[in-house]
Design a binder for this molecule. Sequence first.
Ligand SMILES: [Zn+2]
Length: 291
Amino acid sequence: MFLFYIFMFFLGLIAGSFLNVVICRLETGETMVSGRSHCPRCGHILAWYDLVPVFSFLMLKGKCRYCGKPISIQYPMVEMATGILFLSIFNYQFSIFNEFSISNFQFLNSAFNFFYFLLSTFYFLFIISSLIIIFVYDLRHYIIPDKIVYPAIIVSVIYSLFENLNFGHWDLFGNWKLEIGNLITLFNPFIAAILTGAFFLSIVLITKGAGMGGGDVKIAFLMGLILGWPKVLAALFLAFTAGAIYGIILILMRKKTLKSKVPFGPFLVAGTLVALFWGGEIMRWYFGYLF
Ligand SMILES: [Zn+2]
């Protein structure tokens, strides 16, 4: 079991270094597949020992082996974050699936459950990776890349349909009992997505794009699909609170005025990640506080 966690962490580190490549190539417009990894400063092709996640950065003390210019802290940060999030997703998936079974690994007994476990784990790893790219890209360029957010939305739509339509069980006679479930469960993520998207769209229209842009509407829609109702509320609450605190700190430090641009995407992504893991607890805490 412990080995699985180690494995997921290292898988995350490797995925993180791939995400760095995707981010860089989105910027320069290079294709994803062709071209060896190279130093963005001097263009020197990097050897495999320069590409070991996190460790290469530490060994080289953050400087390029060939030109000595500093390497962006973005690289090891993205790799570490991906490693930790991959590990968290695995842990989260295990706790969810174990709730439905008596002993560890028991849920893996049925082929369908095993398939469902794999599929939902892959889905979350894909979504986490997309969110990390959006976070970094928006932070650096104030743009939500369509090439990332649209595929994430499409995959989420397909996954939500699968999750709520195909959920069923084998009955005592060995017949597959399909539980369409109630329509509320099926439509929940779509209603959450449309409401959250509409909420952001109205902000954009009212403020005439001064505070947020169309990219934020797209992330809002995606958040609804990923989290569903009411978890998406927890994510929005966190994002707006964190964004407001950050804005006040910047103004107090006189770094920015009220009118200057702060990307909101990273706050939405961070809110989504926190709500994904602790959304239930946050809602319970918040509503317990209110009533
Ligand atoms: Zn270099």
